[in-house]
Write a protein that binds this ligand. Structure first.
Ligand code: PLP
Length: 389
């Protein structure tokens, strides 16, 4: 196990907080009972599930009865959209954005193949949502509007409270994928008309395999997983007690660290970004610096491949991520950067740095020292780079 890695890929996943691990361990060893059992040994774990639900609800500004535990962000996204179309059968339209995570886009594509009409709201060069387009798309045919709270690649934050109002003006439901937002920005659902919110434990220092879906009181909901009566009869499957307890603790810690996320973490991100932009020519930030997550920066190093940069960073034990995805053997720029119209030569060389409260300033100095020579070296061997510095 490598301990010395500089980990700046926290939008991919986060390390489990020590406090979270301690809290969940007894539920994998001593308290392994089934919460639905009649006997005390099993039934006693119910109290811990209830406490975790309260902690998570507090972080979201929700009532505990509005929080359903799921297995991950993807399940929550899928469940919200499926539930909306199930409950509003006369409405055959879904409105979403071009920059959603595949958990939403994939579900929309599947529904399109089944005959639903899906409209994708475009974004501008900074990744900001084209509001006028969205207002024209949402109508009385729309069952659900689904727009993410924050983008996983650029960190861009979307005005979801306002979008929920627009959806409701047309009798549609509103879902937000807040997988990247929870724990990084303040959330107070009681002050909004958001119907559904998805989140995932492994993005906020809980383990993988636990997520949650917020369903507003009064919003119609049909269960996605059908079987037993767990989770108020809304999500079947024996409760992942250790995961639920972990998410509850992670939510409690996230609330306590929210200020730090927006001060110390944001300052480290800004320092890193400034350091790289001032030492690497032909580098540009993708996204909207005026409205993005405190931990994320997405930088394009023009005329070189992001994958090559990552491999060389990896040799220095620096773990970041690229904005490109490998599709059928060819390296395609990400759908997010393409939707923003980022030029091909820049989209290919994009790197996402996503920090957490476990990062330190000296790690940023190391990245600022190691990366510019990598960029220079790659440009020297790139057919485009030699002419462009
Ligand atoms: N939505 C967003 C914005 C994400 O970043 C992710 C994970 O990367 C997901 C959904 C999927 O979450 P999970 O990995 O818990 O299924």
């Amino acid at each position: 196990m490598r301990k010395d890695v500089i980990y700046v890929d926290n939008n991919a996943t986060t390390r489990v907080a020590d406090e979270v691990l301690q809290e969940m361990l007894p539920f994998l060893t001593d308290y392994y009972g089934n919460a639905s059992s009649m006997h005390t040994f099993g039934g006693q774990v119910r109290t811990y599930i209830d406490a975790a639900r309260q902690h998570l609800a507090a972080l979201l500004g929700a009532a505990p009865g509005e929080v359903i535990f799921t297995s991950c962000g993807t399940e929550s996204d899928n469940a919200a959209i499926m539930s909306a179309i199930d409950n509003l059968p006369a409405r055959r339209k879904i409105v979403t954005s071009k920059v959603e995570h595949p958990a939403v886009l994939g579900m929309c594509k599947t529904l399109q193949q089944k005959g639903y009409h899906v409209e994708y709201v475009p974004v501008n060069a900074k990744g900001k949502l084209c509001f006028d387009a969205l207002e024209k798309m949402v109508d009385d045919e729309t069952a659900i509007v689904s727009v993410m709270w924050a983008n996983n690649e650029t960190g861009n934050i979307y005005p979801v409270a306002k979008l929920a109002e627009i959806a409701h003006q047309h009798g549609a439901l509103f879902h937000t994928d807040a997988v990247q937002a929870v724990g990084k920005v303040p959330i107070d659902l009681a002050k909004t008309r958001i119907d559904f919110l998805s989140l995932s434990g492994h993005k906020l220092h809980a383990p993988k395999g636990i997520g949650a879906l917020y369903v507003r009181h009064g919003t119609p909901f049909s269960q996605f997983l059908i079987g037993g009566h767990q989770e108020f009869g809304l999500r079947a499957g024996t409760e992942n007690v250790a995961g639920i307890v972990a998410l509850g603790k992670a939510a409690e810690l996230a609330g306590a660290h929210l200020d730090e996320e927006n001060t110390r973490v944001a300052a480290m991100r800004d320092y890193l970004e400034k350091g790289l932009l001032s030492t690497c020519p032909n580098a540009r930030v993708n996204g909207n610096p005026e409205g993005r997550l405190p931990n994320t920066t997405n930088i394009s190093f023009e005329f070189i491949e992001g994958e090559s940069i990552l491999l060389l960073l990896n040799q220095h034990d620096i773990a970041a991520s690229s904005g490109s995805a490998c599709t059928s053997g060819s390296l395609e720029p990400s759908h997010v950067l393409r939707a923003m119209g980022v030029p091909y030569t820049a989209a290919h060389g994009s790197i996402r740095f996503s920090l957490s409260r476990y990062n330190r300033m000296d790690e940023m100095d190391t990245i600022i020292a190691k990366l510019p020579p990598i960029i220079r070296r790659l440009r020297e061997i790139s057919p485009y780079g030699r002419t462009s510095g």
